[in-house]
Design a protein around this ligand. Structure first.
Ligand code: NDP
Length: 444
């Protein structure tokens, strides 16, 4: 006999957990299946450990800066094993918190993978589940490049728990993950190269910003190989020998960061006749409904915006619509985001090219300067601010910031940008002096 639920959530990541908790605490009989540890990619193999490792890597700069401020330190040494062990401890704590939150909300949790037998019945181990509504929130996993699949290349999944740091590493790709890990490894003392087939990293972001960030990353010692990509990789004598079109180089490790693919292998989604798009992601309508009217999907697996806060927002809208007759919709406009590179980059709104295309006449304000904190140091790190406004309405169309604490700064401004902030309103605001962010309200 199948156990019956009003709502069954497959996938215990940020989106799935939020949906399950919210639904169950409003009286909807809810179950959730997760085969790995609770918290999904974000908590276990993504945002949280990545940010901890980014903090660790930034101390390399701080140790240099300290000297210009009169501090001398004993010889500093970095202990990778200690970092990985402390990271594990913290993640265990978070897993436990998620487990308790689900328990408190009376969600029935199954610690195993679910698979569809048909569009109404799921099988988990030897149990059968029947649900009036099913929500798929299984996320994504690292994409493996076909031509290198026989080689033991790592992805972000393995990078967090390497037994030891390599002496040198080649990172393939130039998206969020590649750029963040390049900064992490470089900061931790690994000789780091990043390789992109195109001209610039973060291709979908503002081109000037990505050029500026590449320059900053290069100053910090990251070698960026552009418009080239490994033609052939051979593993010999514990080294990866890589043939580029113009040179041969060898590395201790190679990390693939060339995107992520839907994590659907275990779900047997074909049994439920749910339609997928060309990338293999689940197709949904504005209400997160798949091609089956009682099956829904949210989060990275739907290939909209692959960000934790977006998955959580989708979960909230999905459950609100279950609870009421109002048809809530999620706006995907003006989603702030950050790349935790060194230096950090954060933005909200459009890049210059998009803004020009969508709004025609725009105005650009820019500022580049050395942050006060670095003024008495030898660092050549610079802050770069770029503001894009609509010429006729004066509204802010895009705000881009490269520099320390970019995410914290842009998060604050995002509230105003989402609510239609104009340049005139920015001009009316008095700056906090001395700060780097005050430059945003004094741009001319
Ligand atoms: P991205 O889509 O950001 O970047 C993929 C990179 O891989 C691009 O540089 C792309 O190059 C390159 N690439 C793709 N296919 C190939 C190929 N066949 N050969 C060579 N290069 C290739 O993916 P990520 O894996 O970095 O991140 C996945 C998602 O996770 C992001 O989109 C983001 O939403 C989320 N994320 C968010 C973070 C944050 O909020 N800070 C952090 C990490 C991830 P090209 O430009 O030439 O196509």
């Amino acid at each position: 006999m199948a156990e019956k639920f009003d709502l069954f959530v497959v996938g215990g990541g940020s989106g799935g957990i939020r949906a399950a908790r919210y639904a169950s605490s409003h009286g909807i009989k809810t179950g959730l299946a997760e085969g790995w540890t609770l918290g999904g990619t974000c908590v276990n193999r993504g945002c949280i450990p990545k940010k901890l490792y980014a903090f660790a890597s930034h101390f390399a700069d701080e140790l240099q800066i300290m000297k210009s401020y009169g501090w001398s330190t004993l010889e500093s040494r970095f202990d990778w094993k200690k970092l990985t062990a402390n990271k594990k401890k913290e993640i265990k704590r978070l897993n436990y918190i998620y487990c308790n939150l689900l328990k408190k909300s009376k969600v029935r949790v199954y610690n195993n993978y679910a698979q569809f037998l048909d569009d109404k019945i799921l099988k988990i181990g030897n149990k059968l589940i029947e649900a009036k509504k099913i929500l798929i929130s299984v996320g994504t996993k690292p994409k493996k490049l076909e031509q290198f699949k026989e080689l033991n290349l790592i992805s972000s999944d393995e990078a967090f728990d390497l037994k030891s740091l390599p002496k040198n590493i080649l990172i393939l790709g130039g998206g969020y993950i590649a750029v963040e890990f390049a900064s992490i490894f470089n900061g931790l003392g690994v000789n780091t190269s990043l390789c992109i087939r195109g001209k610039r990293i973060l291709k979908d972001f503002d081109s000037e910003i990505s050029e500026f960030l590449m320059e900053q990353m290069s100053h910090k010692g990251i070698k960026i190989i552009r418009e080239d990509f490994p033609k052939k990789i051979e593993f010999k004598n514990n080294k990866f020998n890589v043939c580029f079109s113009r040179k041969r180089l060898s590395y201790d490790r190679i990390m693939e960061a060339t995107g992520r693919v839907p994590n659907l292998d275990k779900l047997k989604i074909h049994n439920a006749n749910v339609k997928l798009n060309n990338n293999g992601a689940i197709l949904i309508d504005k209400n997160f409904r798949t091609s089956q009217k009682h099956i829904f999907a949210i989060g990275d697996v739907v290939d909209r915006v692959q960000l934790t806060p977006v998955a959580i927002a989708e979960a909230m809208v999905f459950v609100k619509n279950l609870l009421s007759k109002d048809n809530h919709k999620l706006s995907y406009k003006n989603i702030p985001t950050a790349v935790f590179s060194n230096p950090n980059y954060a933005c909200i709104g459009y890049n210059e090219k998009e803004a020009k295309k969508l709004f025609g006449k725009i105005k650009i304000y820019k500022s580049t300067f050395k942050a006060l904190k670095l003024s008495i140091t030898n660092s050549n790190e610079k802050v770069f601010i770029k503001l894009i406004t609509h010429k006729s309405s004066d509204k802010i169309l895009g705000l881009h910031y490269i520099g320390e604490n970019a995410a914290e700064i842009v998060q604050g401004f995002s509230v105003a940008v989402v609510n239609g902030l104009t340049k005139k309103q920015l001009d009316k605001t008095i700056g906090i002096h001395p700060s780097s962010a005050e430059e945003i309200v004094t741009l001319k």
